[in-house]
Design a protein around this ligand. Structure first.
Ligand code: SF4
Length: 426
């Protein structure tokens, strides 16, 4: 990791809570060629050649320039262009990557999310030459019948072909896979895991399918949680993934994340889990800023309004739609949902997020949290260890992860008042 960039993983917790910039940048591209049956992300099925996506990419690039001119990106280490389907932008994605690499000179990692249907050889070569270092492929399954149930736009062979092309390009490649889905059986899940591992990817993320209200899938299954998605099936598929992937040399470094070696772990996601500030641009994108970072953003976004007294952390979500952003009136025209956290809440949140990591709660965080949350912190940690949710080194156990809500909720409760202040601007 180069000196002088970002807070770095060794930064103290006090430093993290008072940084003035962002360690990570997220850009959201809310366009997809087709909506998947289970998807409730900010993404819309968009016809090819629509008039919106290229102006949107251009407007996003200009917002990146704006935040760079505020000094937000001088210490930025990682960037992630996600969606939606960033590869839907075609050549426009390369332009966005170029803008980010020009404005965030200290980047160690730049990931583009990709869908097998739109990751062409041309897009791959273009983003690699523009400075992307990593591709995260939405594969979900390598069984055709399961892909049909999910209404994915690609089949298994197209996914294999595009993952192979991405690996051959020399970029780091990650694969998203989904478990507890319709038609999935232990044998078909094993096939998906083994094939994905054999394709040469360095990283795999595993998610149990969540049936979200309002989606096509939720309407299809009705009110009862189907057996193929029951908590027991989710737990057994997650366990199976661990066993299979470890056989292929992967290690689990986060509840849902596996890497073939330490240098293949996703640096960007680790910013999210370790209390380091990040900035998100684009429709639906989320940011986590310190109070100091928020005051800096106010210079370009006066619509955000004053920082309420006693707040340490601000979570922002861009509420502006893709049409508004495409009109390109800059940061000052965006509307946001803002959520303000006190120092107690911010520290409790960091403990909760830290419990996602296999290495467990950072000693520096625990020591800082003790100065804010004593004596309830030690009592709570002892209880979680006694219940077998954390081990003696404060790393999550299998039981802790399997019944994650108890573990994460037990740490978040340390905030005392778990109700946060939320407002909308303008
Ligand atoms: S490709 Fe991803 S973002 Fe797009 S509809 Fe499918 S799940 Fe949602």
């Amino acid at each position: 990791m180069p000196d002088g960039y970002g807070l770095g993983r060794s930064a103290g917790w006090s430093e993290r809570l008072h940084a003035t910039g962002a360690d990570a940048l997220y850009l959201h591209v809310p366009f997809c060629a087709k909506k998947c049956a289970y998807c409730d992300f900010a993404s819309w099925a968009t016809p090819r050649g629509d008039g919106l996506s290229q102006p949107y990419a251009q407007a996003l690039a200009e917002q990146v320039e704006q935040v760079a001119s505020l000094g937000f990106l001088g210490r930025c280490e990682t960037a992630y262009i996600g969606g939606g389907t960033p590869t839907f932008l075609g050549k426009g994605l390369g332009g966005l990557v170029r803008r980010v690499t020009a404005d965030a000179p200290g980047l160690c990692e730049l990931t583009c999310e990709a869908n097998p249907d739109s990751l062409t050889d041309g897009v791959l070569a273009d983003i690699a030459s523009a400075g992307a270092t990593r591709i995260s492929m939405g594969v979900q399954s390598l069984c055709d019948a399961e892909l049909v149930e999910l209404s994915r736009i690609h089949d298994a062979e197209q996914a294999r072909n595009r993952v192979r092309a991405a690996v051959l390009s020399g970029l780091d490649v990650s694969c998203d896979l989904m478990c507890a889905i319709p038609r999935q059986m232990p044998a078909s899940w094993r096939t998906t895991l083994e094939e994905a591992a054999s394709l040469g990817v360095g990283h795999v993320s595993i998610y149990p399918l969540q049936i979200e209200g309002g989606t096509t899938l939720a309407r299809r299954v009705g009110d009862e949680q189907p057996i193929w998605n029951s908590p027991d099936v989710q737990a057994s598929r997650m366990k199976q993934a661990q066993v299979e992937l470890e056989d292929y040399g992967f290690h689990r470094y986060e509840v849902a994340s596996y890497a073939r070696s330490a240098d293949k772990e996703c640096l960007h996601n680790q910013v999210y889990w370790t209390g380091r500030p990040y900035l998100g641009l684009g429709s639906g994108a989320a940011s986590m800023l310190t109070a100091e970072g928020y005051l800096r953003l106010l210079e370009a976004c006066p619509q955000l309004g004053p920082l309420p007294d006693g707040m340490t952390r601000v979570r922002l979500k861009v509420l502006s739609g893709r049409d508004e952003i495409s009109n390109n009136r800059g940061l000052a025209s965006l509307s946001f949902e803002e959520e303000f956290l006190t120092e107690r809440q911010a520290v409790a949140e960091d403990l909760m997020l830290g419990a996602r990591l296999a290495r467990g709660l950072d000693a520096g965080l625990v020591s800082y949290a003790r100065s804010i949350l004593a004596p309830s912190l030690d009592e709570r940690l002892e209880r979680l260890v006694g219940e077998g949710r954390l081990d003696d080194s404060l790393a999550p156990t299998e039981k802790g992860w399997l019944l994650g809500n108890e573990l994460y909720g037990g740490l978040w409760d340390l905030a005392g008042d778990t109700e946060t202040l939320v407002r909308r601007s303008p």
